[in-house]
Design a protein around this ligand. Structure first.
Ligand SMILES: NC(=O)c1ccc[n+]([C@@H]2O[C@H](COP(=O)([O-])OP(=O)(O)OC[C@H]3O[C@@H](n4cnc5c(N)ncnc54)[C@H](OP(=O)(O)O)[C@@H]3O)[C@@H](O)[C@H]2O)c1
Length: 297
C-alpha cells in the first residue's frame, strides 16, 4: 500500500520541492494550498514533473480550515495521513522594538501553533494504527538568533521545543516526530521578508531604518541561493528510515554555523551577525565571512 503524506504550504519553495520529491518516490502526496488557483498551479507543476499528487485547501492559521482539510484528507487516506509534513511558514523581519503584537501573534500562529494543531488532528488516527510520522520544518534560525529576525527565530526555537516534547510523547505509540533544520535555500520567503523590512523602513520613525535599508538587498539575494532539494531529500530520509533521527541538520555550513555560534563569545558573534545583515561595517574579510557563514533563516 502506498503511504500517504500530507505536506502543508506546498505551493512554492521547500514545500513544493518536498511534495514533488515524495510523489516521485511513490508516496501518495496530499499537498495543501491556500487557493484553488495555487492548487491548480501545484497540480500542473506535478504533471510537468510526470508525477501525481492530490491537493487540499488549507489555511493553517485558521482552526476550522485545519479541521475541514483533515476531514477531507481522512476520506482519501484510511482515516488520516500516514505522515504529516509541517512545512507552511512565514517570515517576519524587523527589530523586536518595531514588531507589534498582531504581527508577532500571526508569526507564532502560523509557525508554531498551527504545526501543533495539525499534529493534534492527525495523531488519533496514527495512534489507532500504531504508527506514523510527523516532520516539522525548522531552520538554522531556531538555533541562532540574529538582529532584525527575533520573532522568526523565536518561532523556530519554539517549534523545536514543541517538536522535542511531541517526539517523546508520541514515540510509545509508534509515531516518529522529526525536526528538519535547514540552512538557506531559494524560495519566496526572502522577498516576503524584504518586503516587510521595506515597509518598516518607509515608516521612517524606527531607530533601525538604516539597518532595514542595508538588510533589504542581502535578504532579497537569498532568492538566488541553491534550490531546496537537500531539504526534500532529508524529509524523504526521515520518512523512509526505519529509525529516523530526532533532528536532521542539513549541510556542512549549517552544522558549522551552529557549532561556531555555540563556541564564539557573544561580543564577537553579535558583531558578525550585525555585519551579515549590513547593520555594521567591518574589515572586508569579516564582511565576507559574515555573509558567507551567517544566514540565520
Ligand atoms: N527558504 C529557506 O531558506 C528556509 C530555510 C529553512 C527553513 N525554511 C522554512 O521552510 C518553510 C517553507 O518556507 P519557504 O522558504 O519555502 O517559503 P515560501 O516559498 O514563502 O513558502 C511558504 C509556503 O507556506 C505557505 N503558507 C504561508 N502561510 C500559510 C498559511 N497561513 N496557511 C497555509 N499555508 C501557508 C505558502 O503559501 P502561499 O503561497 O499561499 O503564501 C507557501 O506555500 C517555512 O517553514 C520556513 O520557515 C525555509
Amino acid at each position: 500500500m502506498r503511504r500517504s503524506v500530507m505536506v502543508t504550504g506546498a505551493t512554492s519553495g521547500l514545500g513544493l520541492a518536498i511534495a514533488l520529491r515524495l510523489a516521485s518516490s511513490g508516496y501518495e502526496v496530499i499537498a495543501t494550498a491556500r487557493s484553488e488557483h495555487k492548487a491548480d498551479r501545484l497540480r500542473a507543476a506535478a504533471a510537468e514533473r510526470g508525477v501525481r499528487l492530490s491537493t487540499v485547501l488549507l489555511d493553517v492559521a485558521d482552526a476550522s480550515s485545519c479541521r475541514q482539510a483533515l476531514d477531507q484528507v481522512a476520506e482519501q487516506s484510511d482515516g488520516g495521513p500516514w505522515a504529516l509534513v509541517n512545512n507552511a511558514g512565514i517570515p517576519l523581519a524587523g527589530a523586536v522594538e518595531d514588531i507589534d503584537d498582531e504581527a508577532a501573534g500571526r508569526l507564532l500562529e502560523v509557525n508554531v501553533l498551527a504545526p501543533a494543531r495539525l499534529a493534534r488532528l492527525v495523531l488519533p488516527a496514527m495512534r489507532r494504527r500504531g504508527g506514523g510520522r510527523i516532520v516539522n520544518i525548522s531552520s538554522l534560525g531556531g538555533r541562532i538568533t540574529a538582529p532584525g529576525m527575533g520573532w522568526y527565530c523565536a518561532g523556530k526555537a519554539a517549534l523545536g521545543a514543541v517538536n522535542d516534547a511531541l517526539r517523546m510523547e508520541a514515540s510509545p505509540a509508534g509515531v516518529h516526530v522529526v525536526l528538519i533544520e535547514g540552512g538557506g535555500y531559494a524560495s519566496n520567503i526572502w522577498h516576503k521578508a524584504a518586503d516587510g523590512l521595506k515597509e518598516l523602513a518607509a515608516d521612517g520613525r524606527s531607530p533601525f531604518v538604516d539597518l532595514y535599508r542595508a538588510a533589504e538587498a542581502p535578504l532579497r539575494a537569498g532568492a538566488t541561493l541553491p534550490a531546496p532539494e537537500p531539504v526534500a531529500r532529508a524529509v524523504e530520509r526521515a520518512l523512509s528510515a526505519a529509525r529516523p533521527r530526532a533532528r536532521y541538520v542539513i549541510g556542512t555550513q549549517t552544522r558549522m554555523s551552529m557549532i561556531a555560534d555555540a563556541l564564539t563569545p557573544h561580543q564577537v558573534s553579535d558583531h558578525v551577525k550585525r555585519v551579515a545583515l549590513g547593520a555594521a561595517g567591518s574589515h572586508k574579510l569579516v564582511e565576507y565571512v559574515a555573509r558567507r557563514w551567517c544566514r540565520p533563516w
